[in-house]
Write a protein that binds this ligand. Structure first.
Ligand code: UDP
Ligand code: MG
Length: 318
């Protein structure tokens, strides 16, 4: 029997998480040939969602809880959830009833019928504030350029993938995980399924503050790409070249027109050329620093305080 693993990062969702679980149960009841587990990761939420999760896990062994010691942000929480996955298909959903879980069987079609590895919902109309939309549009644009992402494919809060993708993603042990970057390192067999987006199930507003969005943006920008450093190298080379050409021009100008003040030509030529060269070298050093940074930055992605009903390697009871 194939099993679905629903991974839900929980943050400020004491009033909605039970409803999400109920939606999952209802949806899974439509296809008895599949088993399922619900992995809830408490991202050190400031509300009482942990107590709710404990009760849910006591009542139903299929509910598994990973309790983080610190708030690490959504992407780290999801990685912590993946480490507890035991199923064959992993489904990512949010904790605030925004993910249209009842569309699961539609979402799964490309995986079942067309052998895609990852499928994400594509929402017809985004129900979010203008500021948030601008933020995610910029993120989309950056990830298209930095991660060579297929054009227009936006990873939404409802997606599914085969187990091997999640296992592969877990090999990434560095801090600052970035889901899209990790997925795109594993496979390009990704597609989307159109559906409607839902409003939040409570009136809490987005848990993504501006600073969290900016951090996420920086992760996508630097953690999975050294293209910005390459740009520095190219700009440096260009400047060094222009400096060299302009230097030549100034020297020739001085020879043709001796009235140019003494020292001006040589000073300008040296400044232009050496500045270009310095920029080039900085870019080159930056490239190396970037590579080292990517390789050795190994502070933890997440810290698990305890788990409930989890039987894989990460079991730790408080
Ligand atoms: N989230 C998290 N840690 C945080 C902030 C958010 O795990 O510090 C999770 C949250 O539980 C939810 C998802 O990220 O499952 C999306 O959060 P939210 O609904 O607040 O943001 P939005 O829907 O506006 O993207
Ligand atoms: Mg939400």
């Amino acid at each position: 029997m194939k099993t679905f693993s629903f991974v839900i990062p929980c943050y400020r969702s004491e009033h909605t998480i039970e409803k999400v679980a109920a939606e999952i149960r209802e949806t899974m009841a439509q296809r008895k040939e599949f088993d399922y587990e619900i992995i809830c990761v408490n991202d050190c939420s400031p509300d009482n969602v942990y107590d709710v999760l404990v009760k849910m896990a006591e009542a139903d062994k299929r509910v598994k809880v990973v309790n983080l010691a610190k708030n690490m942000g959504k992407h780290c929480a999801v990685m912590a959830g993946y480490s507890a996955v035991e199923g064959d298909y992993v489904v990512n959903i949010d904790d605030d009833c925004q993910s249209p879980v009842y569309e699961l069987w539609n979402l799964m079609k490309p995986i079942f019928e067309e052998d895609y590895d990852v499928v994400t919902a594509i929402y017809n109309e985004k129900k979010e504030s203008k500021g948030k939309k601008l933020g995610s549009d910029i993120n989309l644009w950056v990830s298209e350029i930095m991660l060579d992402k297929p054009k227009g494919l936006r990873f939404e809060n409802f997606s599914a993938m085969k187990r091997f993708v999640c296992d592969e993603m877990l090999k990434y042990k560095n801090p600052y995980p970035y889901m899209e970057g990790l997925i795109l390192q594993v496979t390009k067999r990704i597609t989307g399924v159109r559906m409607d987006q839902r409003e939040r199930g409570d009136d809490m507003g987005s848990g993504f503050t501006l600073s969290k969005s900016i951090k996420l943006f920086a992760n996508g920008f630097t953690s999975f790409s050294i293209k910005p450093l390459r740009v520095a190298t190219i700009v440096g080379t260009l400047f060094a070249f222009l400096g060299f050409v302009f230097g030549l021009y100034i020297i020739i100008h001085k020879i043709i027109d001796p009235s140019v003040p003494m020292g001006y030509s040589s000073t300008m030529a040296v400044i232009l050329f050496s500045n270009g060269l310095i920029m080039f070298l900085l870019g080159l050093i930056g490239e190396y620093v970037g590579r080292i940074f990517i390789c050795i930055n190994n502070s933890p992605q997440y810290v698990i305080r305890n788990t409930i009903n989890v039987s894989s390697g990460i079991e730790k009871e408080a």
